[in-house]
Design a protein around this ligand. Structure first.
Ligand code: MLT
Length: 261
């Protein structure tokens, strides 16, 4: 489905019925990250799965910030008449967006799932790298990022079909959208101080072999969030919902049924 939200054409999928769960994908991915959850959770929950601004099939803008991503999500919920608080599930950059969503719209958050993400801001050398990569993407296309990230995203031994599917999704992303998202990540604030304020139930999930946001980042967040559980999924990397869909869904299901009880 597509709707004009905050002046841009936003693509999103809504599946299932029940309490609303908002799924926020990582960089430079799309709502398809969450497709394996539809058959596993769609009977019990309303799954709301947008493509973030400039990624997937959502229109790009030259500039973007975490606040814009977060406000787009709130405006999407409003346009869907979702007035009750939602469970926000954010993976990697989706987690960075989730922290901003919490700061700006905390009454809309019923619970949090922070998957394969971190709370810290970028160190200066990463800020610099992101700017260099953004320039290359604008000159040469998004394949630059797809080539650079594919081995970091998946654990060794991941089936080639899965790697190929995601390489294609990343390479097809809008260069303008990818460059804007790189800038948004580079400029994001550090969320460490937000962690003790997250009083909603929280599940932190991470792949044991995540090379981008390793388990130590997840352990740090779990220790600082007042009501957080940790689930480490063995033998998978950064792309937990597609590398281990069954185990990811089971962890999510257990958490959601506790939250809804
Ligand atoms: C992501 O998976 O969303 C990104 O790799 C996160 C990042 O680059 O910090």
């Amino acid at each position: 489905m597509n709707s004009v939200i905050n002046g841009i054409d936003v693509h999103y999928e809504v599946q299932g019925a029940g309490p609303p769960v908002l799924f926020v994908h990582g960089f430079p991915l799309s709502h398809r990250l969450w497709t394996p959850m539809v058959e596993r959770l769609g009977d019990d929950y309303m799954l709301i799965m947008p493509d973030l601004r400039g990624l997937g099939q959502t229109e790009a803008t030259d500039t973007c910030t975490m606040a814009m991503f977060a406000d787009d999500l709130k405006a999407l919920l409003d346009s869907l008449d979702v007035t009750e608080p939602v469970v926000v599930v954010g993976l990697s950059m989706g987690g960075y967006v989730a922290f901003e969503f919490f700061r700006r719209h905390r009454l809309s958050v019923r619970a949090f799932v922070l998957a394969d993400t971190r709370c810290q801001a970028d160190p200066p050398e990463i800020v610099e790298t992101r700017a260099t990569v953004a320039t290359r993407v604008l000159d040469e296309g998004s394949k630059v990022v797809a080539d650079g990230m594919i081995d970091l995203l998946f654990a060794p031994g991941t089936p080639e079909t899965l790697r190929k599917e995601w390489h294609e999704i990343m390479a097809a992303s809008s260069p303008v959208g990818v460059a804007a998202a790189l800038d948004a990540m580079a400029k994001r604030v550090d969320s460490t101080a937000t962690l003790p304020q997250i009083y909603v139930p929280t599940l932190v999930i991470v792949g044991e072999n995540d090379a981008i946001t390793p388990p130590r980042d997840a352990e740090f967040m779990q220790a600082a969030i007042p009501n957080a559980q940790l689930e480490i999924i063995p033998e998978v990397g950064h792309m937990t919902p597609v590398e281990a869909p069954q185990r990811f869904a089971e962890a999510l299901k257990r958490f959601l049924s506790d939250v809804m009880a």
